[in-house]
Design a protein around this ligand. Structure first.
Ligand code: SAM
Length: 399
């Protein structure tokens, strides 16, 4: 059945029509003509899979990734980089329109759209390593990932020395090409550490939450800042874009008292502390809080107070006159309790950083009554995937 792709959806899938029904087809782009198999049929729409490409879109490029057709990541890999940015801007513009929000959009591009990821999580299944196909448990065996840092790719090629048949493995790489290897497996540990440590600069290996080689952390460096990052602490996956995000934050933080919610290892708190009088840094992961305390010392900062626990409770412990709140929540966005507490605090400014535009739109719609916002800046943190990081500046409405 022949389908022509006429537009793209928010998940990077091509959209066409088949027998008057909308059909969503992964790994296609506008202008492609494809023969499809309908893999799922719903009342109002269909999901298809490409059987054969009949005519390639003029906008298609050769991705150079042999795993593109099957792998669940990088949906936009066959679109030229400039157009992937246009796709992200259009996607946010459509979402804003659907939510009745009118904002200027700009996007910051990634200077290294390939080999930028400092962290990948892979499965080892029956001795083979790879990612899962989208929405399945079918492994796509890979030996290279175009968006992962080179050192991570070198490690993937040597994974056999881990001597694992079934495991989940996370490989993190810092500015210095040191590797932190985190493994979860039911198998007993039989890693050829000597071989791997001889070949790579391994900072640590953590096996089922236990450090079995050297350290359970490494140091990351962004701009002139240095951060200790524990194996289970969050850190942005793209150091090149994180650097630009820090610059943007520095430009938009004034003096006063800052509350940084969901603060990870204290990165944004430390960046904000330069201009601020005082920063409160709130985070749930215990190791991340410990890292944060150390990071403030590492960066010669002494005006940050770290508070561990769930933000929806710890936010109520703050009895200070807050000027600015920075929020950088997980994909689920702000829960109702946290939202209500922010409204009660009524800061002059909110800097909302989000990796999920859908929950961002929901939260912005709720802030609309009390706050003005007229622009949104996108940062291409996850190049060649449909995802994008966004920053929105909110200003309190004057009564
Ligand atoms: C998107 S990350 C942002 C981290 C940090 N702002 C940065 O740029 O590195 C979200 C952080 O929120 C933390 N987190 C998730 N749920 C939380 C909660 N209910 N209360 C406090 N922190 C939470 C996670 O552990 C993670 O460190």
């Amino acid at each position: 059945m022949l389908v022509e792709i006429v537009r793209m959806d928010d998940f990077g899938r091509g959209i066409g029509y088949l027998n008057d029904k909308v059909i969503f087809i992964p790994k296609t782009i506008v202008g492609d003509k494809v023969n499809v198999l309908v893999v799922k049929e719903y009342k109002n729409y269909l999901i298809g899979r490409v059987i054969k490409i009949i005519e390639l879109s003029v906008n298609r490029i050769n991705s150079k990734c042999p795993f593109f057709d099957k792998c669940g990541g990088c949906d936009l890999l066959e679109i030229n980089y400039e157009n992937t940015l246009n796709y992200k801007v259009d996607k946010i513009a459509n979402l804003l329109k659907r939510n009745d929000l009118d904002l200027d959009i700009s996007i910051v591009s990634n200077p290294n759209p390939f080999n930028y990821r400092n962290k990948v999580s892979l499965k080892i299944v029956d001795g083979l390593i790879g990612y899962y196909e989208s929405n399945t448990n079918t492994l796509v065996n890979i030996d290279n990932c175009l968006v992962a840092k080179e050192e991570i790719n070198k490690f993937i090629k040597e994974y056999k020395y881990l001597n694992l048949n079934n495991a989940l493995i996370t490989i993190r790489c810092n500015y210095n090409n040191e590797l932190l290897i985190v493994i979860e497996s039911k198998e007993s540990c039989n890693i050829d550490v000597d071989y791997l440590a001889n070949k790579f600069n391994i900072k640590g290996i953590i096996y089922n939450n236990k450090c079995i080689y050297k350290d359970n952390y490494f140091y990351e460096k962004i701009n002139n800042y240095r951060f200790k990052v524990s194996y289970n602490s969050f850190f942005q996956v793209n150091p090149y874009i994180t650097s630009k995000l820090f610059n943007y934050l520095e430009e938009n933080i004034n003096e006063g008292i800052i509350l940084d919610l969901y603060s990870g290892v204290g990165t944004l708190s430390i960046v904000a502390s330069k201009n601020a009088n005082k920063v409160y840094s709130l985070e749930i992961v215990e190791n991340a809080i410990k890292d944060g305390i150390l990071n403030s010392k590492l960066n010669h900062v002494n005006n940050i107070e770290f508070i561990g626990g769930n933000v929806n409770k710890t936010i109520n412990m703050i009895n200070d006159n807050i000027d600015t709140i920075i929020v950088d929540p997980p994909r689920s966005g702000l829960d109702n309790k946290t939202f209500d507490s922010i409204i009660k605090i009524r800061p002059n400014k909110i800097i909302y950083i989000s990796c999920n535009p859908n929950t961002l739109m929901r939260d912005l719609s709720k802030f609309k009554e009390d706050y003005n916002f007229d622009k949104i800046k996108l940062f291409d943190m996850f190049s060649y995937s449909e995802h994008v990081e966004t920053v929105c500046l909110l200003k309190l409405k004057k009564l």
